[in-house]
Design a protein around this ligand. Structure first.
Ligand code: HXC
Length: 258
């Protein structure tokens, strides 16, 4: 499949999607978000893929939603077509693990896109912000909801009310970012992490993702209930039998994703 605004490649069981509008620092317009949704759903249903990476360029993961496009919109345009719901919400439906590999700017919708992924790995030159307030809008792709869950209410208010940028170290300290790498090594390191995940039993990885994401969307008791049921379901898989047998027999497990 060929796209205009993203590049896709596959290395073993890892799919890599690179946002590719370099002239506008990967500003996220409708075409890019449609192509990203389409590529993600293709990899999600491809049984040879176990983990997906979304990345950008060295200078920008994504500098936000496309301001030039949004500048022309009125209330009627955005409300009538439910601007952003249609082509952004698809990302949340992906059931395999998705890693954001962030180098450079992840601003506004770029930061929100990274937060829609299951984890964020950052280069040491990464910069995160929710600067929408300076444009007279609020974050509209989950920033006001995911940021306080990721980094605390105090810090989310600080970022969204001032629009200030934080660097990778502050983002990691706040809990937004899982790990930081020198920018020249980011993709090598993230591909290695993605391979580690892709080599895990796939059904179990999907259950981990479903259970942890549910922690964001429900009560503790509902989340505990789902975790218990998924935990029980693991015992119906061949990979649970294989993983435990391999440990007992002191050999490497050969998972079959079944
Ligand atoms: C459209 C953008 C853009 C964006 C950069 N560009 N960000 N175009 N939408 N979000 C374009 C610039 O207009 C410029 O085009 C080119 O990319 C290079 O950018 P420069 O500003 O010249 O680069 P630099 O001086 O290095 O500054 C980098 C920057 C700055 C700090 C990232 O570009 C910036 O502040 N961008 C806007 C960041 C922002 O406000 N993001 C939030 C958007 S609102 P030309 O043609 O001049 O070369 C949002 C809402 C989400 O995301 C809501 C739900 C989807």
């Amino acid at each position: 499949m060929s796209y205009n605004t993203i590049l896709t490649e596959v290395e073993g069981k890892v799919a890599i999607i690179t946002l590719n509008r370099p002239q506008v620092l990967n500003a996220l317009n409708d075409e890019l978000m449609n192509e990203l949704s389409s590529a993600l759903s293709g990899f999600d249903t491809d049984e040879n893929i176990g983990c997906i990476i979304i990345t950008g360029s060295e200078k920008a993961f994504a500098a936000g939603a496309d301001i030039a496009a949004m500048a022309k919109y009125g209330f009627d345009d955005v409300y009538r077509r439910d601007f952003i719901s249609r082509n952004w919400e698809g990302i949340r439906k992906v059931r395999k693990p998705v890693i954001a590999a962030v180098s450079g700017y992840a601003l506004g919708g770029g930061c929100e896109l990274a937060m829609m992924c299951d984890t964020i790995m950052a280069a040491d030159n990464a910069k995160f912000a929710q600067p929408e307030i300076k444009l007279g809008i609020i974050p509209g792709a989950g920033g006001t909801q995911r940021l306080p869950r990721a980094i605390s209410k105090a810090k989310a208010m600080d970022l969204a009310l001032t629009g200030r940028m934080i660097d990778a170290v502050e983002a990691e300290r706040a809990g937004l970012v899982a790990r930081i790498f020198p920018h020249a090594e980011l993709m090598t390191e993230v591909k290695a992490i993605a391979k580690t995940i892709a080599d895990m039993p796939l059904l179990t990885a999907m259950m981990v993702k479903e259970a942890i994401n549910t922690a964001y969307e429900t009560t503790l008791s509902e989340g505990m209930h789902l975790e218990r049921r998924l935990f029980h379901a693991c015992f119906a898989t061949n990979d649970q039998k294989e993983g435990m047998a391999a440990f007992v027999e002191k050999r490497s497990a050969k998972f079959t994703n079944s």
